[in-house]
Design a protein around this ligand. Structure first.
Ligand SMILES: Cc1cc2nc3c(=O)[nH]c(=O)nc-3n(C[C@H](O)[C@H](O)[C@H](O)COP(=O)(O)OP(=O)(O)OC[C@H]3O[C@@H](n4cnc5c(N)ncnc54)[C@H](O)[C@@H]3O)c2cc1C
Length: 157
């Protein structure tokens, strides 16, 4: 949404395309309001339920094929720029640096986790501590996920 805001504010004509059935579903209503206040007066087009399938150069422009998860039909767009939001990667360097030093080699017993039992995996006799990867170190998620991961792992310590 920040990229959309910057692009639209630059004077470019912007079509925001998403395979989702709503705009920016991970953004709560409170945070969506300022984005809409910015984007709507700039005549941004919102195209829902469409997924960018293919892009190829055509002269100095880009031909983009849009498909949909709801059918086999496609539509073409000839655009100057294609900006793809491709998700994020976690900051996991610390986890991987600590992994060989830990007693469980960073492993989670998921059956125990789901059953609410404590973690008992031992993989490295020289390990001095247990290591668990939680929250956004796994994937960009939310506060609920980070707290729930932590709660299930440390409640028996
Ligand atoms: C702009 C934005 C808005 C968001 N809004 C919401 C929202 O409204 N609701 C919601 O539920 N979630 C929201 N989130 C997601 C939420 O912030 C994260 O999912 C959550 O903070 C993850 O918690 P965490 O403890 O795993 O990681 P973090 O909160 O990122 O905590 C990791 C901590 O580790 C520290 N750290 C990193 N490396 C090192 C190191 N080498 N040594 C020491 N410390 C280190 C960092 O400085 C940081 O303090 C938002 C995220 C962003 C970016």
């Amino acid at each position: 949404m920040q990229a959309a805001e910057i692009i639209a504010a630059s004077g470019a004509r912007l079509e925001y395309v998403t395979p989702e059935r709503q705009i920016a579903p991970d953004i709560g209503g409170t945070n969506l309001t300022p984005y809409m206040r910015e984007l709507l007066p700039l005549d941004v087009t919102f195209t829902l339920c469409r997924r960018a399938l293919h892009a190829s150069p055509e002269g100095d422009r880009i031909r983009v094929t849009l498909g949909s998860d709801y059918g086999d039909f496609t539509r073409e767009r000839l655009v100057d720029q294609l900006v793809v939001e491709h998700g994020t990667l976690p900051l996991d360097e610390v986890y991987f640096a600590l992994k060989p030093l830990s007693s469980n080699l960073g492993e989670v017993d998921y059956d125990a986790l789901i059953d609410g039992r404590s973690q008992a995996i031992e993989r490295n006799a020289d390990g001095k501590f247990k290591l668990f990867r939680i929250g956004d170190a796994v994937a960009s998620r939310n506060i609920h996920a980070a707290i729930y991961d932590a709660l299930r792992l440390v409640k028996d310590l």
